[in-house]
Design a protein around this ligand. Structure first.
Ligand SMILES: [Zn+2]
Length: 189
């Protein structure tokens, strides 16, 4: 998954990790899939991104094994949507850390330009990326919600990697599809 240049063989694991997770569009695609928003047109609508930019990131994330394709039927046609793999789900603490760091250190352009990482069981925002800073519970996609004030007035539970793994269509990868915009409903927000 080259980002500008190929960092995948660097001797530093931070550099190798950034090769996969250091691309803003790629990480925003992961954000959408964590929000359960895994269909091409819905991701495109939410990110306001060009088809070729989105297709390239979806391809990278498939090749890197963070996403898999899963078929769904849309108006009698079978299309592919994107779901997390366990490897993709494991990126959650990284994304949580970026959100928490940005909330702490970066100015927001408006009052609603905020996102909180919530431990769903206690309902409180956490200031730690991998454990709830209130109760100490290890955070997983299954017990974490993200509250994007722009997106909704309440925290949204995150998607998890479908189980069993055989539910994936990983061995039958197809090019990212570009379905008709009218085929999609507004993503859950
Ligand atoms: Zn908690």
């Amino acid at each position: 998954m080259p980002l500008r240049s190929d960092w995948s063989a660097r001797t530093c694991s931070l550099a190798r990790g950034l090769d996969v997770l250091g691309d803003p569009w790629g990480s925003l695609v992961l954000r959408e899939v964590f929000f359960g928003n895994g269909r091409f047109d819905a991701i495109k609508k939410r990110l306001e991104v060009a088809d070729n930019v989105l297709s390239k990131r979806l391809g990278w994330l498939l090749d890197a094994g963070l996403l898999a394709q899963r078929p769904y039927v849309d108006g009698g046609r079978t299309r592919q949507e994107y779901v997390l793999t366990p490897k993709g789900e494991d990126s959650l603490p990284v994304l949580n850390a970026i959100i928490i760091w940005a909330e702490k250190h970066l100015d927001a352009p408006s009052d609603i330009a905020h996102m909180r990482v919530i431990h769903s069981d206690c309902g409180l925002p956490t200031s730690s990326a991998d454990t709830c800073s209130h109760c100490g519970t290890q955070l997983t996609a299954a017990n974490t919600s993200w509250h994007s004030l722009k997106r909704s007035d309440h925290p949204l539970p995150l998607a998890v990697a479908p189980s069993p793994v055989s539910a994936y269509a990983v061995s039958t990868r197809t090019a990212p599809t570009q379905a008709a915009p009218a085929a999609e409903t507004e993503p859950a927000s």
